[in-house]
Design a protein around this ligand. Structure first.
Ligand code: ADP
Ligand code: MG
Length: 260
């Protein structure tokens, strides 16, 4: 199985805070890797180092076998990396100017004119993506009035439109109810396995993590303290210590749903 992501001795500090400290892991195609850890453990910093938004102090990042350490976000994206955000507010593949122009076209009520001219372009492909994530019946509605869970599905379709080999999902189900979370992750798992995409995701809901991750890595104070299959990680002493008293690590068979 090909490696879609390799992270070697990755470190990043902010002033005196060692946000990411000598972290090593990799991810193969078709695999769902969950990164968990308490708030402030360094998860988002890791994501931003991988997607190019931050430069590491030390370490190497390889995506699809190509070194990307220090590369800009749009170049990382062009390699075939999809991202979903907690809140999507800009189109990552468009320039700063194009993003603002897009809004101005909309403000001056010209966006429809422009889009009308391009209405037939990639339409079938776009509809196929909407169908894949289960929102094809809503294709004609403005995003602003969609239910939150459906909006998350649209975001997934947008990420998949880049035909990624690596998908980075920082809290993809944030703000959703437990049932919806499980459903969305189930759908994601199915799609990424079908398309052999490697996924790195963070998630607070341990039910979702233990139900869908193939492997789990655990960060604490920027350090990787555990790694393995869900069962191994669940039984790891250090992990239990971190989550002790929170019931966040469910025992086998009784997936406790209390969250931090
Ligand atoms: P997580 O996503 O696991 O909650 P973060 O990666 O956001 O953790 O943060 C890790 C640590 O780095 C925290 O102590 C946080 O306060 C600090 N940190 C993150 N981003 C910055 C920043 N841009 N400037 C200063 N400190 C930061
Ligand atoms: Mg975070």
């Amino acid at each position: 199985m090909a490696k879609v992501l390799e992270v070697l001795n990755l470190s990043k500090s902010f002033g005196g805070v060692q946000a990411v400290n000598d972290v090593v892991f990799d991810l193969t195609e078709g695999q769902l890797l969950a990164m968990i850890g308490p708030n402030g453990a360094g998860k988002s910093t890791c994501f931003n180092l991988i997607n190019g938004q931050l430069r590491p102090d030390r370490g190497t990042i390889r995506i699809l076998g190509k070194e990307t350490t220090g590369m800009r976000p749009r170049h990382v994206w062009a390699l075939g990396v999809g991202r979903t955000f907690q809140v999507t507010s800009t189109f990552p593949s468009m320039t700063v100017l194009e993003n603002v122009q897009m809004v101005l076209l909309s403000t001056h009520r010209r966006l429809r004119n422009v889009l009308r001219k391009t209405a037939g372009m990639y339409r079938e492909e776009a509809m196929n993506l909407l169908e894949l994530v289960g929102v094809e019946s809503q294709w004609n509605r403005p995003c602003g009035i969609l239910a939150y869970g459906d909006l998350k599905r649209v975001e997934l379709a947008i990420a998949l439109a880049n035909r990624p080999k690596l998908l980075l999902m920082d809290e993809p189900t944030a703000g959703m109810g437990t049932k919806e979370r499980l459903k969305l992750m189930e759908l994601t798992a199915q799609i990424v396995r079908d398309q052999s995409i490697g996924v790195l995701f963070t998630e607070h809901d341990m039910d979702v993590v233990f139900a869908h991750a193939d492997r789990i890595i655990v960060l604490n104070y920027g350090k990787l303290i555990a790694e393995g299959a869900p069962r191994e990680v669940r039984e790891n002493e250090k992990v239990r210590e971190i989550y002790f008293g929170t019931c966040a690590v469910p025992t086998r068979g009784t997936a406790g749903s209390k969250r931090r």
